[in-house]
Design a protein around this ligand. Structure first.
Ligand code: C2E
Ligand code: MG
Ligand code: MG
Length: 737
């Protein structure tokens, strides 16, 4: 198991060990080399000192033998025997020097001695060129003791180190001239034996003079120049390496120390690694928990977002190999309301379980909200499979769930979207699936809805409306208009219908037909309903005897406290419930007849009148009318608009009126826009009428003014003639024409 922390710790350990070892080794090596350097420098100084001592020695000898009265006298006398005995053989035989020569003031070689016998003779060595050079060397030397000069010259027998000095009469130095004095030349060969003897005094075994390949030698080795200024050799030796000797002694203890250090460091790090890994593991567990929905064990919203944000998912989107399905359970709130949250939780668990079973094994299934689920499909088959999977999810809910002894029939809105590889980002894909789901919910689709571009405008706009609607009540953007409902026979106003109005700061005036469905979806309808009812209660105090129609959405009726809330508001405003007619549409009755029946019976028992709105547009089964206690039915305005032009509409209206008659339910026709429509409806014995031709929806103040103008009778057109009396045949003709 590898983990970034463990990796980091291991890396730090290895780096630490390497750094320590390198530091220690290079430190020790540096010390050793430094010691070697110092020793080499010392040795060089000693060698130079030794060479200097050789010069001093040969100069000293030359001084001794030249600053000598008897020698000078013997030279002047040409006393060869004396010179031979005291200078020549005396020096050569005792091996004080290897080479001796005396040069006359006129630069002639006067005497010469050499050893060994096969070494070059004095004539060979003392070439005129050398004699001239020696003259030059000694020219500046004063006539006194210790005035000898030394230098080198190369010969066939090797390098000759020699000193030159004038042979001077000690007592008469003031009276002689330097150029009139003979010169003594005295030297010895720098044989390897001699040099190694010299070296041994400084503990150098192999001091020698190297005369070939000089430029290849280290510059630290001192060079020597002959009397002509030419480099003729270098003293070389093997430098001592005391540092390495020390090194050899400390290697073992240091290696042991380092080994121990490594072992301790490794042990420490292994411990730290184990600690870090266990911590990382518990972190990982916490992270997993944070991504898991505790109720269903599915991925939660956070985990799902993470998945959709991942690079792999993004790649799949780019490749056109990703699909998202959203599922939203319909009416889940009412389940919670009826069996409590524990039951709701159980239902969600069962639902998740059932859905899991029908999903392909590689689908990523998440619970992204209380009653919302999401599925992510990726891979080459995703786009082909998604429609089938989404549809299977819808139908997985066909069988009811049993929770706490109850059977629950649950439906869901399912929408999905597929990445078509056309620059659809993951965020865009999610939005599209959401939009499709939204559409499924909105249109109460019984099957999964795929995303298509046609969804864009409507759904998006509705979403923005929903957001704006939330602030509409507090923002004082809502008001209520009232539209009179008139008795057909004498056109007296008997009632008004409360119609909500929204003047949005963002969208201007929005029709209720547009925003009521949005309000139903977002739940704002409950507050809007209460607002309208409350406002109607306040306003109708001015209009005694007038009835009030209130529109009620199915969503409001599903609210368990709806009836109580209405009762309380009416009581608070001192209005009796039987002045109200609650206008309902068929949707609710069709979808949930049992619950509807119970709720309507309760409202009825509280005294509220009930009106079936938009009659004829839905299922309009006569059965419903018989089952539910309606007092009014309102013929939908779509029929009225076709009255007199479409024979079928005429016949239908006629039969609806007859139906009301037969069931003792008052009939209202809405949407009357022309005098002809009014007259025809009066002819057909429709009891009540409503429409722009009679009165448009208006403000409370306008209603008050209108009523004041009409007087006691409240008749809109007091002079209107009663409807003509027609016989039945003419009536049928008229209606069918
Ligand atoms: P509805 O209950 O069928 O209301 C009648 C609609 O017909 C009103 O539209 C009204 O202004 C309009 N109308 C009246 N006379 C005529 C006419 O002669 N010709 C035509 N073409 N239309 C006429 P409005 O106010 O736009 O309301 C539309 C729908 O919104 C209402 O239909 C009702 O279902 C709903 N609604 C209105 N107010 C409320 C409310 O407070 N609560 C609830 N839940 N729904 C409401
Ligand atoms: Mg209505
Ligand atoms: Mg209506």
């Amino acid at each position: 198991m590898s983990h970034p922390i463990a990796g980091r710790i291991t890396f730090n350990l290895v780096a630490g060990i390497v750094v320590t070892i390198v530091t220690v080794i290079s430190g020790v090596a540096w010390m050793a080399y430094r010691q070697n350097d110092q020793a080499a420098e010392q040795t060089r100084t000693m060698v130079m000192g030794g060479v200097d001592a050789m010069h001093t020695r040969v100069q000293g000898l030359a001084n001794d033998y030249s600053w000598w009265e008897e020698a000078y006298d013997a030279y002047l006398r040409d006393d060869n025997a004396w010179i031979e005995a005291n200078i020549g053989t005396g020096i050569i035989d005792t091996q004080i020097a290897d080479f001796l020569a005396i040069i006359s003031p006129d630069r002639e070689l006067k005497y010469g001695w050499w050893t060994p016998a096969d070494a070059p003779n004095s004539e060979t060595v003392m070439s005129p060129k050398l004699i001239a050079k020696i003259e030059e060397l000694i020219r500046t030397a004063p006539i006194e003791n210790n005035a000898a000069r030394s230098s080198y010259v190369e010969t066939a027998a090797g390098t000759l180190l020699f000193a030159v000095s004038r042979i001077a009469p000690v007592s008469k130095v003031d009276t002689v001239k330097a150029e009139n004095l003979p010169v003594l030349v005295m030297g010895f060969y720098l044989s390897n034996q001699r040099l190694s003897e010299l070296g041994r005094t400084f503990l150098i075994n192999d001091l020698r003079l190297e005369r070939e390949n000089l430029d290849k030698l280290d510059n630290d080795f001192p060079e020597i120049r002959d009397i002509y200024g030419e480099v003729i050799g270098r003293f070389v030796w093997t430098p001592p390496t005391p540092g390495f000797a020390v090194l050899r002694n400390v290697v073992a203890p240091i290696a042991g120390g380092l080994l121990l250090f490594c072992l301790i460091a490794m042990w420490t790090v292994l411990r730290a690694r184990r600690l870090a890994l266990s911590q990382a593991l518990s972190e990982r567990q916490a992270v997993t928990a944070a991504r898991t929905d505790s109720l269903t064990g599915l991925t939660n919203r956070y985990g799902f977002n993470e998945l959709s944000d991942s690079a792999q998912f993004s790649d799949a989107c780019d490749a056109g190999e990703a699909a998202i399905i959203y599922l939203d359970v319909n009416g889940f709130k009412s389940v919670n309301d009826s069996i409590g949250h524990a039951g709701g939780d159980e239902l969600v668990g069962l639902l998740a379980e059932r859905l899991s079973m029908i999903l392909p094994p590689d689908a990523r299934f998440a619970r992204v909200g209380g009653d919302e689920f999401a599925v992510a499909l990726t891979g080459r088959s995703a786009s082909a499979a998604v429609a089938g999977v989404a549809s299977a999810m819808v139908h997985a809910l066909d069988q009811p769930f049993s929770v706490a002894g109850f059977q629950f029939q649950v439906t869901a809105a399912v929408g999905y979207a597929v990445s078509d590889g056309n620059e659809v980002t993951p965020a865009e894909l999610l939005r599209r699936a959401d939009l499709a789901m939204y559409q499924a919910k909105n249109a109460a689709e019984r099957d999964a809805v795929p995303y298509h571009s046609g969804l864009e405008t409507g759904a998006l706009h509705r979403k923005r409306l929903g957001m704006a609607l939330r602030g509409a009540i507090e923002g004082n953007e809502l008001s209520v208009a009232y539209q009179p409902i008139v008795r057909a026979s004498d056109l007296a106003i008997v009632s008004v219908e409360a119609l909500v109005r929204w003047d949005s700061k963002e969208f201007g005036r929005v029709s209720p037909a547009e925003f009521i469905p949005v309000a139903e979806e977002t739940g704002v309808i409950h507050d809007i309903g209460k607002f309208v009812f409350q406002r109607a209660c306040q306003d109708m105090i001015e209009w005694p005897g007038l009835k009030m129609s209130i529109n009620v959405s199915p969503a409001q009726l599903r609210d368990p406290s709806f009836a109580n809330d209405l009762g309380a508001i009416a009581r608070r405003h001192d209005v009796v419930p039987n002045r109200f007619k609650l206008e309902l549409t068929e949707g609710l009755l069709v979808r949930n007849p049992t619950i509807a029946k119970r709720k309507l019976a309760r409202l009825k028992s509280m005294g509220f009148g009930l009106s079936l709105d938009d009659f004829g547009t839905g299922f309009s089964s006569i059965g419903y009318l018989r089952q539910f206690p309606f007092d009014w039915l309102k013929i939908d305005k779509s029929f009225i608009s076709e009255l007199g032009t479409n024979p079928t509409a005429n016949a239908l209206i006629q039969s609806m009126i007859a139906l009301g008659d037969a069931m003792d339910i008052a009939v209202v026709a809405e949407g009357i826009e022309t005098v002809e429509q009014l007259q025809l409806l009066r002819l057909l014995q429709c009891e009540y009428v409503q429409g722009f031709h009679l009165a448009k929806p208006m403000s409370a103040a306008e209603i008050t003014a209108l009523l004041a103008g009409l007087g006691e009778s409240r008749r809109l057109f007091p002079d209107l003639a009663p409807p003509p009396m027609l016989d039945k045949d003419r009536l049928i003709n008229l209606v069918q024409s």
